[in-house]
Design a protein around this ligand. Sequence first.
Ligand code: R5P
Length: 311
Amino acid sequence: MKMAIFSGSSNPELAKKISKYLKKPLGKVELKKFADGETYVNYLESIRGKDVYLIQSTCTPVNDNLMELLIMIDAAKRAAAERITCVIPYYGYAKQERKARDREPITAKLVAELLQSAGANAVLTMDLHADPIQGFFDIRADFLYASGALVKSVLEKKLKNIVVVSPDVGSSRRARAYAKRLNASLAIIDKRRPKQNQSEVMHLIGEVKGKNAIIIDDEINTGGTICNAAQAVIEHGAKEVYALVSHAVFAGNAIEKLEKSAFKEIIVTDSIPAKRKSKKIKIVSIAPLLGEAIITMNQNKSMSKLLNPAK
Ligand code: R5P
C-alpha cells in the first residue's frame, strides 16, 4: 500500500529524521490554531487509499499535542485514508495507568480509547511507562524498546565493572534485562513517593562500591527520582554514575537539577525534543528504529526483529 507520513507539531526534528531514514518526504499538512485556541488540520495532498503514519509524541504541551493528534486522525479518516497508524514515540498520560487511590482516573486507558474512537487503525509506540498498558489497545499496536540504541551508546564507552541500578522496585525487571546485555551486576533502590512529584531513597539493595553505576529509567520527569538515586549510589561508593533513560520529559527545572547532580553523563533518546543543550546530556536518535518499524508495518512483515524487550 502506498505510504504517506505526516508530522504533528510536537517533535518535527524526529519526524524529519524518520523521513530521511525512509527516504520519503513528509507529507504537507496545515496545522494551526484558531484565535480561540481550537486546533485546525488540513492535509494539503490526497491521502485517499493510503497507508498513513502520523508522527506525534504526546509530550508537553500534552493536551494540545494529544488533541492535535486526534484531529489529525479525524481529518485523515474523513480524507479516506485506508489505514491510519499513530506513531507515538512518547505516550503521555501513561503514568496514571492504574488507580493508586480511590476516585482516580486511568488516563492511559482513556487515551487509548480516544485514539481508537477518533479512527486510528494502529499504534506504534516505544517504552511505555508500564507494559500492561499494551492491553488497553483494542486496535493493532506495536511496542518498541529504546534499549538497543541506549545499550549501544554505553558499549561504545568500553566501561568495565558495571552495575546496573534500578531507581525503584517497579523498574527492576527492565534493569535486569539491561544488566544481562551489559554483562553487569544489578542493584535496586527502594524508593518512596511521599507526594506526587517527590521521591525519597529508602534503601539500596546490592553492591555498587568501586563500580561504574548505570541507572536505568523509562523517563526523567522532575528529575527527583534519578538525581536522588545517583546521590545514593555515589554515597555507597560507586566510582562513576551514568543514566540511560528512554524519555527526556524534563519538567520544570529538571535540566538544572541534572547539571548539578552526581551524574557523569545522562543518555536519553529524542522521543521528546530537547528543551536546551546541556554538556551532561547525550541524545541518541530512535529515528532508525521507528523508520524500520514503519517500513515493516507498511510491508506487513514480521516485527519481531525490531522488538527488543528490555525485560
Ligand atoms: C516512575 O515510576 C518512573 O519510572 C520514573 O522514575 C518517574 O516518572 C520519574 O519521575 P521524576 O523524574 O519526577 O522523579
